[in-house]
Design a protein around this ligand. Structure first.
Ligand code: HEC
Ligand code: HEC
Length: 277
């Protein structure tokens, strides 16, 4: 065998050995597996609400001090979400098992901290009361929405959209309509990597009308008694936080008298068209 051929053989066999030993001793974990391990680690910890409040300051910039997000759906409401769901989403986002380019930099251990901080902030967010004024849809197809919900969603997300702690299925009642629409699209098209394959199958073939109707119905489902805040509630844990207006600004009332002002004068009549010859 020529020298170069021998060298190539030696190189190839060495690589082969190197890669088999590496995978036997240190199996490369994918994002889903890394997130699953962190989820289990965090779930076993006892949360500290006081530390959770401190950690939450980072989150408040986007999710607001109340955790209500924005009615235009750019930021989801996270207040009142089930604790295991918050933990699973945080673990998924920072393991890149759910793409969230905006939030990702704030979720990494250097900023958010380790498992204990995740446990603490999740418990803090879960106990925040929810907004009574979340974003909803047009409201013109709710009978169809209810029918679709009962048939396709209730068995997993609960009769009233309350979710399921043990299976970490999200509560979806009272979430902003436009955020629900975005997530539903991401799940349907496979863009949301951590989506539930059984749900993907369940919603396969939905028309845009079915989707809009069921999500409008979902956004209007009321969370359980005691989970809703009073209108205008502000989180007393952040008394000096400056709350810039966010989302769809309320339409200002029409100035008094504008609509009953005297009608504009009659426009001048067009000159009559001369008869054709
Ligand atoms: C820079 C803005 C930003 C910051 C800071 C931020 N988030 Fe988010 N978060 C988002 C956005 C945007 C989404 C929705 C992304 C999407 O549409 O998939 C999101 C989604 C989430 C979700 C998933 C909600 C759901 O219903 O599935 C959770 C839970 C969450 N954030 C918790 C937190 C916590 C806890 C913190 C603080 C440690 C935090 N976020 C900080 C922007 C932010
Ligand atoms: C087989 C069970 C199952 C069915 C049926 C199902 N879902 Fe889901 N859904 C899930 C699970 C599990 C998740 C969370 C996946 C994850 O991120 O871990 C989810 C996530 C979602 C989300 C994203 C929530 C968030 O906070 O980001 C929405 C919105 C949603 N489902 C709406 C629906 C609607 C509407 C229906 C009925 C048309 C439905 N689902 C049917 C199991 C199901």
């Amino acid at each position: 065998m020529s020298r170069p051929a021998l060298a190539i053989r030696l190189f190839v066999s060495l690589c082969g050995i190197a890669s088999t030993t590496a995978s036997a001793e240190d199996p490369v974990k994918g994002p889903a597996e890394i997130a699953r391990l962190e989820y289990e680690q965090v779930m076993a910890l006892t949360p500290d609400l006081e530390n959770g409040r401190k950690v939450y300051l980072t989150c408040a910039v986007c999710h607001r001090p109340e955790g209500w997000g924005a009615p235009d759906g750019a930021y989801p409401q996270i207040a009142g979400q089930l604790r295991p769901v918050i933990i699973k989403q945080l673990a998924d986002i920072r393991a890149r098992n759910r793409d969230n380019p905006l939030m990702y930099p704030f979720s990494v251990p250097r900023i958010l901290g380790g498992a204990q901080n995740v446990a603490d902030v999740a418990a803090y967010v879960a106990q925040l009361p929810m907004t009574p004024e979340n974003g909803v849809g047009p409201g013109d197809d709710l009978a169809l929405g209810e029918e679709v919900y009962r048939e396709h969603c209730a068995k997993c997300h609960g009769e009233n959209g309350e979710g399921n702690e043990a299976e970490h299925i999200p509560a979806i009642a009272g979430q902003h309509y436009l955020y629900l629409m975005r997530q539903f699209d991401a799940i349907r098209t496979g863009r949301r990597k951590n989506s539930d394959p059984k749900m993907v199958k369940q919603i396969d073939g939905f028309t845009p009308r079915h989707q809009a109707a069921v999500l409008d119905y979902t956004a209007r489902l009321r969370p359980p008694e005691g989970k809703l805040a009073e209108t205008g509630w502000t989180n007393p844990d952040f008394p000096s936080y400056v709350r810039d207006p966010m989302g769809v600004p309320p339409v200002p009332p029409m100035p008094a008298g504008l609509m009953d002002a005297s009608p504009s004068p009659e426009p001048p009549a067009y000159p009559s068209v001369p008869p054709a010859r």
